[in-house]
Design a protein around this ligand. Structure first.
Ligand SMILES: Nc1ncnc2c1ncn2[C@@H]1O[C@H](COP(=O)(O)OP(=O)(O)OP(=O)(O)O)[C@@H](O)[C@H]1O
Length: 347
């Protein structure tokens, strides 16, 4: 009897929690009225994705399907899994992206919120996400799979998108989950930052780590976020993740053994620092043309500056862009960072 009573209480509390959160979302949509993107019904969403015909991928919060709007525009539809999250990520995503308009930020075309049916509808990125192109065995000794020019453009584009989020748009937005999986590439390989579920509009900083750990792929968590030094958490935590991503972008194609798989970005960061100490005459790739060598060197130096343990030593995203666009000769040698990685072992 006691057990049944407890079960009843639990079910009742779950029921009310769910409804409160639904009401909160409805209130949010009403409050932000003109700012929120177009709202679609679930029937419209199903029609859009031709009843789940083409799956593009799967993240921690649900599957993504290719779809088409009635006017023929291609879209990617993320169907949020009802059992994951409590609506906070959904609200963050809609609230953050609707405040942005930038060539390096993915456009949220619309959303669906109908009881427990929730979906986010984005512009379609035909080249998928950056992670497909790094950690790639097809990279040659001379070049990563995408080639140096595209890789550099993606690095600069992502930096511009982040700088815009930090300084340029109406509300300062901290993303908190920069990693290759969320950098989407359009037809011309122009980088677009996506996935704003953990962004700063989620005001409860304490929940960031548990939300990160609960996701499908854990990104590069800055030490101050992981250690819950919330006094230090700022836009510099995005800079840390960006730096780790840069390092993995240049080193990713050169995975040399199974051991490196354990924590590849740490392995690459160590290697990069060794190259820097040796004067960077030789990096991950052999026989590079002078121009490509300069690109690799710049990305390496900037990457290591960004992953400095002390957030104050990391550059702002504006400075990152300046460093990437300037000459490699002008770059100062960064101090050796204490290498930290909860990525593969998020306990
Ligand atoms: N706008 C889009 N256009 C094309 N493909 C997309 C788009 N959005 C997502 N995808 C594809 O769907 C996959 C899953 O995306 P999703 O954002 O759900 O997960 P994730 O970022 O990999 O993981 P998580 O959300 O758990 O951090 C991506 O890796 C990408 O291949």
């Amino acid at each position: 009897m006691i057990i049944i009573l407890r079960l009843f209480k639990k079910l009742r509390s779950l029921f009310f929690k769910r409804h409160t959160s639904d009401r909160e979302i409805e209130n949010f949509i009403k409050k932000h009225g003109s700012l929120t993107p177009k709202r679609f019904s679930y029937t419209q969403v199903k029609r859009m994705i031709c009843s789940f015909r083409e799956k593009l991928g799967e993240g921690g919060f649900g599957a993504v399907y290719k779809g088409k709007l009635p006017d023929g525009t291609l879209v990617a539809v993320k169907l949020l899994n009802a059992s994951k999250g409590n609506g906070e990520e959904f609200v963050n995503e809609v609230a953050s992206i609707s405040r942005t308009s930038h060539v390096n930020i993915v456009t949220l075309v619309g959303f669906c919120f109908e009881g427990h049916k929730r979906a986010l509808i984005y512009e379609y990125m035909s080249n998928g996400s950056l992670d497909r192109f790094i950690n790639d065995e097809n990279a040659t000794m001379r070049s990563p799979r995408l080639g140096w020019n595209k890789l550099y453009q993606i690095a600069v584009g992502t930096a511009r998108g982040l700088e815009y989020l930090h300084r340029g748009c109406s509300t300062r937005i901290l993303h908190f989950d920069i990693k290759p999986q969320i950098i989407l590439l359009d037809n011309d390989y122009c980088a677009k930052i996506s996935d704003f579920g953990l962004s700063k509009l989620c005001l409860k900083r304490e929940s960031i780590v548990s939300m990160l750990v609960g996701r499908g792929t854990i990104g590069y968590i800055a030490p101050e976020v992981f250690n819950r030094n919330f006094g230090d958490v700022s836009h510099k935590s995005d800079v840390y993740s960006y730096g780790m991503m840069l390092i993995e972008m240049i080193g990713g194609g050169k995975r040399v053994n199974a051991e490196a798989d354990q924590s590849s970005e740490m392995y690459f960061a160590d290697q990069v620092y060794q190259f820097i100490e040796e004067g960077y005459d030789q990096g991950f790739y052999c026989h590079l043309m002078e121009e490509d060598k300069e690109t690799e060197k710049k990305m390496a130096f900037v990457g290591v500056w960004c992953i400095q343990t002390d957030p104050k030593q990391r550059p702002s995203m504006r400075r990152v862009i300046e460093m990437l666009e300037g000459s490699a000769e002008a770059l100062q040698i960064p101090p050796k960072p204490y290498l930290f990685s909860p990525r593969r072992s998020p306990t």
